[in-house]
Design a protein around this ligand. Structure first.
Ligand code: TEU
Length: 588
């Protein structure tokens, strides 16, 4: 290998596996996943090749929002087990060389948190200012903001005759980050977990901590009684001051990973959070690609547009290259399953799941693989609103069918495509009852396709999505060009093919993905003549570099060692339905 021109970093070279504990594996037999269950599946995660586990919230919670409403930051939710269970899980994970990052939810607490219980007691107690209380206006809430979970973002408290702010459910009151005592409490709690050996945090809604002074009304949103809250609660005036303080007081003192969940940011906004010289976070989750198929409103019949996806992901690859760092994700516990959303969960489920993995995980950034994604799990197959469990889903179903004249059957169709519960059906371990997730009645229905799609079957099948993900993860570790290389989009306007180049030193990686069920043509600005010695034409400068090319991965064929038929990758080569192929060309 030539002179190394890049700065290595374990956060950049790691692959993260996200676990939604409630749906992962139930060891206690109560129908709900738990920490003991995760501990029993560490070998599975190790076999996949992940380096870090992101645990969704495991803290004490009444579970109005499945743990994103915390009533005690320093204790474990009853359903998930005990602090001893956590300590043993952390110890076992570390002994396998797997790190654990927790989910930091500090924009809000549960309304059952002692701080809020005290705060609510009177207008003048020492905890009142831990939250955001305001007098009403014109007989109603202090402003026209809507909650992310439908309805007003304010709830009136009869006792103290004031409203409190909750950007999410009414049981999730927003903390007042303007209050230095609140910030100090949070930093102490973070250090408490880091001193236990936790390896970092995913930071929930972290760009919402700073709200605009005066909490002004938003621009009215047509067809609703609400205004646009985003300009006044996203990326607010003191957010970077708060995060630089958090970094100074906590993050900088440990060798850890931090990723902020930051909806509504551009690449330039993101650089203010992740540029190393800013001393804030290592990376963020942006959501531009997670909203491209919604018509401005989540509850719709999503329309996928590959050209939009290519533009978005390319903007982020180029925008952060050499200046910050990307996270790479298709799924999480809030998003529908990607094979159902951007792929084909019918005839081409396996091929398209593999294609989607090649498309994203050959890019620059830290991959975040969500439980079941590595199996090609699909959206839920619910037929009744009664099968759904998610507070956001139920609130939206009520709001849109009762107050916005959406027909129930239309709303059910929307839910089948966009509800967060699509990602929350139990992990499918094997073909036994309840997919081996629980010996009891699961808290949410198991997808009926578990006999065909499950970890046990896929671990034994060399051609499975699971083993394909293992290969991709291995290739990332073996080829620095995938992690550190530059990025260049090819065929930008093509509606079916996503093709791009990665370059690092004397190597070029070509990635070509067909997002359709029809054969497509791969147009290259140069020919890759392949064999024991091939030549690759430079693009801009027209130079021709001599080099050897080899197939790195394909979802249509296992990679033979060394050379392959050259006809497959000349410009004009055909890409079969949902074909994904990667070639690496090594110059002299
Ligand atoms: O989600 C924050 C967020 O922006 C949500 O609006 C998310 O985009 C939405 O749920 C997608 O439909 C985080 C957590 O990931 C989510 O599970 C929590 O419910 C929410 O914060 C409140 O803590």
């Amino acid at each position: 290998m030539g002179k190394q021109t890049w700065q290595r970093d374990w956060r950049k070279e790691s692959v993260v596996y996200q676990i939604y504990p409630r749906s992962f594996f139930d060891a206690s037999g109560d129908g709900i996943g738990d920490l003991k269950g995760i501990r029993q599946k560490l070998d599975y995660i190790k076999e996949l090749g992940a380096d870090i586990i992101w645990l969704c919230p495991i803290y004490k919670s009444p579970n109005h929002d499945n743990g994103y409403d915390i009533s005690n930051y320093r204790d474990i939710m009853d359903e998930f087990g005990t602090m001893r269970d956590f300590d043993e899980l952390l110890q076992d994970a570390h002994s396998l060389g797997i790190k654990i990052m927790l989910d930091l939810v500090v924009n809000h607490t549960s309304s059952e948190h002692p701080w809020f219980i005290e705060s609510k007691k009177s207008k003048d107690n020492s905890y009142r200012d831990y939250y955001i209380w305001r007098d009403g206006k014109n007989g109603g809430p202090p402003n026209n903001w809507e909650s992310f979970f439908s309805g007003p973002a304010w709830t009136y408290d009869d006792a103290s005759k004031q409203y409190y702010l909750h950007l999410f459910e009414k049981n999730q009151p927003d903390l007042n980050w303007e209050n230095p005592d609140v910030r100090a409490e949070i930093y102490d709690m973070m250090k408490w977990w880091l001193d236990k050996g936790v390896d970092g945090f995913r930071m929930d809604t972290i760009n919402m901590l700073s709200k605009s002074p005066g909490l002004p009304d938003g621009k009215p949103i047509l067809g609703t009684p609400y205004g646009d809250r985003n300009p006044y609660m996203m990326n607010g005036p003191r957010i970077h001051e708060f995060l630089q303080e958090m970094n100074r007081e906590v993050l900088s003192r440990y060798d850890i990973i931090s990723v902020g969940e930051t909806p509504d940011v551009t690449p330039d906004d993101a650089l203010l959070y992740v540029s190393p010289k800013r001393n804030e976070l290592n990376m963020v989750f942006q959501f531009d690609h997670m909203g491209l198929d919604y018509e401005g409103l989540k509850w719709c019949d999503p329309v996928f547009d590959l050209v939009k996806l290519k533009k978005i992901l390319s903007q982020w690859q180029i925008g952060l290259n050499g200046r910050g760092w990307n996270s790479l994700f298709w799924n999480n516990h809030d998003q529908p399953r990607v094979v159902s959303r951007f792929g084909n969960d019918g005839q081409y489920r396996v091929l398209s799941a593999k294609m989607l993995a090649v498309c994203l995980y050959m890019m620059q950034g830290t991959p975040y693989i969500y439980q079941g994604e590595e199996l090609g799990m699909t959206n839920a197959d619910f037929k009744s609103i009664k099968q759904y469990r998610d507070i956001e889903t139920h609130n939206a179903y009520y709001e849109f069918t009762q107050n916005r004249s959406v027909a129930p059957e239309d709303m059910m169709r929307y839910l089948s495509k966009v509800s967060r519960d699509n990602a929350r059906t139990p992990m499918q371990w094997d073909g036994t009852e309840n997919a081996g997730f629980t010996k009891s009645v699961p808290w949410i229905s198991v997808n009926s396709n578990y006999r065909e799609i499950n970890a046990e079957a896929e671990r034994l099948d060399s051609d499975s999505v699971f083993n394909f993900y293992k290969t991709i993860i291995r290739l990332r570790k073996e080829n620095p060009i995938i992690i550190y290389g530059d990025y260049e989009l090819l065929m930008p306007e093509d509606k079916a093919v996503f093709a791009y180049l990665r370059r690092l030193e004397n190597k070029t990686l070509l990635v070509a993905c067909n997002f359709s069920e029809n054969e497509q043509v791969l147009e290259l600005p140069f020919d890759l003549s392949v064999g024991t010695a091939g030549a690759v034409g430079g693009v801009a400068e027209g130079a021709v570099a001599e080099g050897t090319a080899r197939l790195l991965i394909s979802n249509y064929q296992s990679v033979e060692s060394g050379n392959v038929k050259s006809s497959r990758i000349k410009s004009g080569a055909a890409l079969r339905p949902y074909e994904a192929v990667c070639w690496i060309v090594e110059g002299k």
